[in-house]
Ligand binder design. Sequence first.
Ligand SMILES: CC(C)(COP(=O)(O)OP(=O)(O)OC[C@H]1O[C@@H](n2cnc3c(N)ncnc32)[C@H](O)[C@@H]1OP(=O)(O)O)[C@@H](O)C(=O)NCCC(=O)NCCS
Length: 145
Amino acid sequence: MINIVSPKTHEEFKNYYDLRFTVLRKPWGLPKGTEKDDFEPISKHFMAVDGESGQLVGVIKLMEKEKGVGWFSHMAVEEAYQKKGVGKKLLVFIEEEAKRDGYTVLGCMARLNATEYFAKEGYVIMGLPSQYVGTTQVVWMQKKL
Ligand SMILES: CC(C)(COP(=O)(O)OP(=O)(O)OC[C@H]1O[C@@H](n2cnc3c(N)ncnc32)[C@H](O)[C@@H]1OP(=O)(O)O)[C@@H](O)C(=O)NCCC(=O)NCCS
């Protein structure tokens, strides 16, 4: 079973950022540190943990983009656990959390190779793609909650 919890201890935060780095930055040869943004202190952090092994298998964070609009980002699932429903669990959780926080719209800057994934979950592309880390392009996608 996969449980979604917030990191609290030093070790949990270390593992949380390490997973982000491994999945979202290392493949592009980017240095350690680039897995964090300026808004970590005003973000809510969540991680998916395998209830049997205790292993950290997924991460996501949530913050306010503007009044009424939540922004989730840095969503990543450990490679061996991808395409097994962990991402879906993180998304369902973050949508409920966003509603609890009073957001009526939730969105993310989706990598172009992940837009299909978010579209299946009801997110719609708004605007044009822009350059992001490495050679990746991202585009804002959002959903009415
Ligand atoms: C994208 C990601 C978060 C999805 O999480 P996941 O746990 O692998 O996804 P799920 O198991 O919930 O997938 C559910 C469905 O989406 C599909 N899917 C997964 N990744 C996809 C992608 N990049 N594009 C299209 N479909 C995808 C799965 O095949 C599955 O389809 P099915 O229900 O028809 O079998 C994860 O694969 C990941 O970390 N990828 C690398 C980093 C990344 O791209 N992050 C997003 C940045 S915006």
